[in-house]
Design a protein around this ligand. Structure first.
Ligand code: NDP
Length: 337
């Protein structure tokens, strides 16, 4: 039975990847950071399943800056595959907390690479790089040879980490792979990302729980895919004998405005009555024309996206409707002691 180790297991991608690997027969170990609450909502269904948790799924406390603990853990678990997904994942927020973003994302990756040099088993290593390393590129679509020109602290940190993965692969022969991932979403996306913000607002307005949605620039374009497709690409990349870099993207861009129209249309509301423009949500330096050419991943891994943008936004909106409805039912009928 193969053994996988996931940093960032509690996140959107970590939770889907855990499900995928468990379904493929893996034993999965994940590192979590200490928080004041044990509520790991994206893993709740696995964490509370006695046939899975502590049988084939194990969580361990480990911080990305605690090298001694990480080293001990990786030696003990002896994984065949390591998926390094942990890190502050919000581009806009990285302007507010640049130092911790860079420490976790850039130095955190380097620390793991250093540990890997000494591991006896030589596990395959996947690094969650980002299209933000390209920043404002001169050309599009971008591929694995496009120069890195990041325009945010997040992009700089990911660029450093992705370069280190290349250096360690070339210098030490490590099986270290960069998945250069474009934006990917799902019903498990964090609430401060624009897709989720819009889908949740459309649902809340439909249910009478919110009246308006304030937005930044809705003409901004991105190449948005679905997280479930993307974790499949991560796994495929780890099955190859050779390590490489892969653009993981749909190759199709949509505007923020498209999210608004699909989500509000799904709940039968006219978006024009509910959207207000707010300059506070404009980004300091918004990268333009980020669209990926995933032909290398398609050819080498046999990967291609399967879930359309429209279906994903509709599913996210429906998930928000379900969640908000059950919350408001619970508020109306509180459990009595
Ligand atoms: P999420 O924000 O949903 O999850 C991030 C994970 O990292 C969580 O498990 C979080 O733990 C953990 N984490 C954050 N900071 C730290 C830290 N300092 N130490 C240890 N763990 C930490 O992100 P996604 O799942 O969407 O993304 C996974 C990875 O892929 C990230 O590295 C992200 O930057 C990258 N990526 C994502 C893209 C996307 O569109 N989703 C696009 C390109 C790259 P906790 O639950 O405790 O907060």
């Amino acid at each position: 039975m193969p053994i996988a180790f996931i940093t960032g297991i509690t996140g959107q991608d970590g939770s889907y990847l855990t499900e995928l690997l468990l379904a493929k027969g893996y034993t999965v170990h994940g590192s979590v950071r200490r928080t004041s609450s044990l509520d790991r909502s994206r893993l709740h269904h696995l964490y509370t399943n006695p046939e899975i948790y502590s049988q084939r799924l194990f969580l361990h406390y480990a911080d990305l800056d605690d090298v001694t603990n990480l080293r001990r853990l990786l030696l003990k678990v002896a994984p065949d595959e390591i998926y390094h997904l942990a890190g502050q994942s919000h581009v806009g927020l990285s302007f507010e907390i640049p130092e911790s973003t860079c420490d976790d994302t850039a130095m955190g990756t380097l620390r793991i690479l250093e540990i890997l040099r000494d591991l006896p088993g030589k596990p395959h290593f996947f690094h969650a790089a980002s299209s933000e390393i390209f920043g404002s590129p001169d050309s599009y679509p971008q591929n694995e040879s496009t120069p890195f020109r990041p325009v945010s602290p997040y992009g700089c940190a990911k660029a450093f980490a992705a370069n280190m993965v290349r250096v360690y692969r070339d210098s030490f022969g490590m099986h270290a792979t960069n998945g250069i991932m474009y934006n990917h979403e799902s019903p498990r996306r964090g609430e401060n990302f624009v897709t989720q913000k819009v889908c949740q607002a459309a649902a809340a307005i439909k249910l009478g729980l919110q009246s308006k949605l304030r937005m930044g620039d809705t003409s901004a374009e991105r190449d948005w895919g679905d997280a479930r497709d993307f974790v499949h690409a991560m796994w495929l990349s780890m099955q190859r004998d050779v390590a490489d870099d892969y653009i993981i993207a749909t190759g199709i861009t949509h505007k923020v405005q498209d999210i608004v129209e699909i989500a509000f249309d799904y709940v039968n509301l006219d978006w024009k009555n509910f959207i207000e423009s707010d300059p506070r949500f404009m980004r300091p330096a918004d990268p333009k024309m980020l669209v990926g050419d995933a032909s290398h991943a398609q050819k080498a891994l046999g990967w291609k996206p399967t879930i359309t943008f429209q279906k994903m936004i509709q599913e996210m909106t429906q998930a928000s409707l379900n969640q908000l409805s059950s919350k408001s039912r619970a508020n109306k009928n509180p459990v009595q002691d």
